[in-house]
Design a protein around this ligand. Structure first.
Ligand SMILES: [Zn+2]
Length: 486
């Protein structure tokens, strides 16, 4: 029962620690005692669990693993765990333990849930959101009292339940040392003064932005007397910083109470360029020396100072099962729309200050809303939808240009002039209509009804390759006039 209770608690902890990363693209990194574990395959996040290849467990953590399909037995001599592929329960030291998700799954290689396995084997696990990494700490057997030895001083804090078996397994009691102060000497050295026994400093260099992360496990702030104090402090987070203005690369020293499993103080050095950093332990003090710069400052991304590149969305109306108007010659509107769109695109491709984007580039169907969404998400500067019209009368002929909102009138007026010049048809004027693609788009947007496919004259022009070239050239000239590029 004891193991069951603790597993449920661990799972809820696991879920609360991994809230927002599901589906994230980048694989997390896995560290043991601050050292990156090289994996056969990268860890994967599935649901609320981080899964690692089973080889990581054998090679990285030094556990024995025995495969007997569909079971995997993991053992370190004391604890014996049996996981079954696809099964939501595991057996730990002959006790069944339930998990929310299958204990073992196959995603390329066979993967095990690292937090569950690690904690069952007495490792501390925590997740670093900033660096997307999972840190495992194997506690030193020298300083840690055995888990099974009761601590005589703790009687009043841990009520005796009689059989003593209902409490979750506590992590090994470890005395954390206390950090009294962090001080920058103005010459490139940072002094950390502490009391108590302290051994390990874990240093990691990170880039983009350039920084060095120094973790001090089994250390907490001496909250009562710590200097220079905190900018933000509550029971779970103590955060502060020292701004440095006298160093060529060091800009800021940030410190925080980073983890309580185990107590860990994190010191982050914000740098403007890669810089050697060394830590030296002397007496009850840790000195961090920020040494010489080792590389050029990271390339600063300068926003382009050249002329703006205009994004123009070309929307070929209809497509696939939606043919649009049927022409008197048996052709379909969707084919004219695509042909003229591709010709306009080809011409815009030659313009250095305009980049065309298409909602469709072949005979596929795109929903109206998706066409508008595409342009909006792109942050397009202009939107043109290409169509041809149809009516019951074979004599109606001419070009029309539609806008929906007032911000599109100027664009409509200019393009319409060029459209009529291109088709040579009767000018049927610029008109207002709330067609969905020009209403839902958020940039100047127009819809061209180039001619009437119910009219044989218009139809023969619109399906003529050379005439299409002329119409496309005129529309491009209109776009350039509107953008003041001509
Ligand atoms: Zn149409």
């Amino acid at each position: 029962m004891k193991k069951f209770v603790s597993a449920v608690m661990l799972l809820s902890l696991l879920i609360s620690l991994f809230p927002s990363i599901v589906g994230a693209a980048e694989a997390p990194k896995l560290y043991l005692n601050g050292k990156l574990l090289q994996n056969a395959a990268e860890p994967k996040i599935v649901g609320a669990s981080t899964l690692v290849p089973i080889r990581t467990v054998t090679e990285g953590l030094g556990f024995d693993v025995a495969w007997e399909k569909p079971n995997v037995t993991i053992s370190n001599g004391e604890t014996n765990m049996v996981l079954t592929v696809g099964d939501k329960s595991a057996v730990v030291n002959d006790q069944e333990v339930s998990l929310d998700a299958p204990a073992l799954i196959t995603v390329g290689s066979t993967m095990v849930p690292i937090r569950f396995v690690s904690e069952q084997f007495g490792l501390s696990v925590y997740w670093d959101k900033l660096t997307r990494s999972v840190h495992l700490y194997k506690e030193s057997p020298v300083t840690d009292p055995p888990v099974t030895t009761p601590n005589p001083g703790e009687g009043s804090e841990t009520p005796d339940t009689g059989n003593g078996s209902e409490q979750p397994v506590n992590p090994p009691a470890t005395t954390s040392s206390l950090l009294n102060s962090i001080e920058y000497n103005g010459l490139g050295s940072i002094y950390l003064s502490y009391e108590g026994d302290f051994k390990d400093v874990k240093t990691e260099v990170l880039h983009s932005p350039e920084r060095v992360v120094i973790d001090l496990p089994y250390m907490n702030f001496n909250a009562a007397s710590f200097t220079p104090g905190f900018t933000q402090a509550n029971s779970s987070s103590k955060v502060g910083e020292i701004v440095v203005d006298s160093h060529p690369t060091l800009q800021k020293i940030r410190y925080s109470y980073y983890s309580d499993k185990p107590d860990t103080v994190r010191v982050v050095l914000d740098l403007v360029a890669p810089t050697n950093v060394q830590t030296v332990k002397e007496g009850q003090s840790i000195r961090i020396d920020v040494l010489e710069q080792t590389g050029p400052p990271p390339e600063v991304v300068v926003p382009p100072v050249g002329p703006k590149i205009y994004k123009v969305v070309l929307d070929a109306g209809h497509g696939a099962h939606d043919p649009g108007a049927l022409a008197v010659n048996g052709r379909k509107e969707k084919d004219y729309n695509l042909a003229i769109t591709l010709k306009v695109k080809a011409l815009l491709d030659k313009e250095s200050k305009i980049k065309p984007y298409l909602t469709r580039s072949d005979d596929t169907f795109v929903e109206l809303d998706d066409r508008a969404d595409y342009a909006n998400k792109l942050g397009a500067d202009l939107f043109i939808s290409f169509h041809a019209n149809k009516t019951g009368s074979a004599t109606v002929s001419g070009s029309e240009t539609y806008y929906s909102r007032g911000d599109s009138i100027t664009f409509a007026n200019i393009i319409h002039r060029y459209l009529v010049a291109g088709t040579g048809f009767k000018d049927r004027k610029v008109r207002q209509a709330d067609f969905r693609v020009i209403k839902k788009t958020t940039m100047p947007a127009i819809l061209l009804e180039a001619g009437y496919l119910s009219n044989s004259g218009d139809t023969s022009v619109l399906f003529n390759d050379a005439k299409q070239d002329k119409i496309a050239a005129e529309i491009v000239a209109g776009i350039k006039e509107y953008l003041k590029l001509s």
